[in-house]
Design a protein around this ligand. Structure first.
Ligand code: ACO
Length: 209
C-alpha cells in the first residue's frame, strides 16, 4: 500500500480562508469544470499542452477519466493528488507527481488556484501541507517544482516556502503550445527541518484552525 495515501491535510487558516486538502472525488466534476472553463485565461499559459480544445479537456465529461487516472496513479503510489478546498468550496488542485522510490525518493509538486481566491495565501498553505506530508508519511526525500520564469506569483510561493533555485531547464516542457524554459526549484527533507507549516505559523502567515 502507498505510504501516506489516502489522506486529508489541514485545516490551515490564511487570509483567503480555511484551506483543506482532500483526495479527488467523482462528484467533483461539476464544480471542477465550472472553475476550469471560467479560468482558462488564468491557467492556460502555465499548464502542459494536451490534445483537444480547452472546452473538451475541461468540460464536465472530461472529469471521470481524469479522476480515475489520478485515483489509479495514487493507488499505485506514483501520485498524491489533492483538491484544494477553501472554506469548504473547491478552489484548485495540488498534486505530488512522478513519485520515484528506492534511492531517489523524489517527486514534483504542481498546483493551480481559482483566481477568485488568489493572493490570499492558498497556494502557499497547500504547498506547505503537501511538502510536510511528502517528507513525513509519504517517505520522500526531495521535492522539486518547475516554473516558467514569467510566472512571478508561483515563484513567490516557492521562495516564500524556502525552495532553493537549482537552475534553468531550457525548452523543458510543452506548455501553451511550445517548449518553454522552466526554473527548477527544489527542497530536501533536511531543508524542511521541523516543517513548512510550522514556519508559516511562526511567521504569522497562517494559523491552525
Ligand atoms: N509579481 C510578484 N509577486 C506576485 C505577483 C506578481 N505579479 N502576483 C502575486 N504575487 C505574489 C502574492 O503577493 C503572494 O505573495 P505574498 O504572500 O508575499 O504577498 C504570492 O505571489 C502568491 O502566494 P499565494 O497567495 O499563496 O498564492 P495563490 O493562492 O495566489 O496562488 C498560483 C498562486 C497557484 C500561482 C495562482 O496564481 C495560479 O493558480 N496561477 C495559474 C496556474 C499556475 O501558474 N500554477 C503554477 C504552475 S508552476 C507549479 O505548479 C510549480
Amino acid at each position: 500500500r502507498h505510504p501516506g495515501w489516502p489522506v486529508r491535510l489541514g485545516p490551515l487558516t490564511v487570509p483567503a480562508g480555511v484551506v483543506e486538502l482532500r483526495p479527488p472525488r467523482l462528484f467533483d466534476g461539476g464544480a471542477w469544470s465550472r472553475i476550469r472553463i471560467r479560468e482558462r485565461s488564468h491557467l492556460e499559459n502555465w499548464e502542459p499542452s494536451a490534445p483537444g480544445s480547452w472546452e473538451e479537456r475541461n468540460g464536465v465529461l472530461a472529469w471521470p477519466s481524469q479522476w480515475s487516472a489520478l485515483r489509479s496513479l495514487a493507488r499505485r503510489g506514483q501520485t498524491l493528488p489533492f483538491m484544494i478546498m477553501v472554506d469548504g468550496v473547491l478552489a484548485g488542485q495540488i498534486t505530488i507527481g512522478n513519485v520515484l522510490r528506492g534511492s531517489l525518493r523524489s517527486a514534483w509538486v504542481g498546483y493551480w488556484v481559482d483566481s477568485e481566491v488568489t493572493g490570499g495565501g492558498v497556494a502557499t498553505a497547500a504547498t506547505a501541507l503537501v511538502v510536510d506530508h511528502g517528507f513525513r508519511q509519504a517517505g520522500l526525500h526531495r521535492i522539486e517544482a518547475t516554473v516558467r520564469p514569467e510566472n512571478a506569483p508561483s515563484i513567490r510561493v516557492l521562495t516564500k516556502l524556502g525552495f532553493r533555485e537549482e537552475g534553468l531547464f531550457r525548452r523543458y516542457l510543452d506548455v501553451a503550445g511550445g517548449w518553454r524554459d522552466h526554473i527548477c526549484f527544489a527542497m530536501t527533507a533536511e531543508e524542511a527541518g521541523d516543517g513548512l507549516v510550522g514556519r508559516l505559523v511562526a511567521a504569522g502567515r497562517a494559523h491552525h484552525s
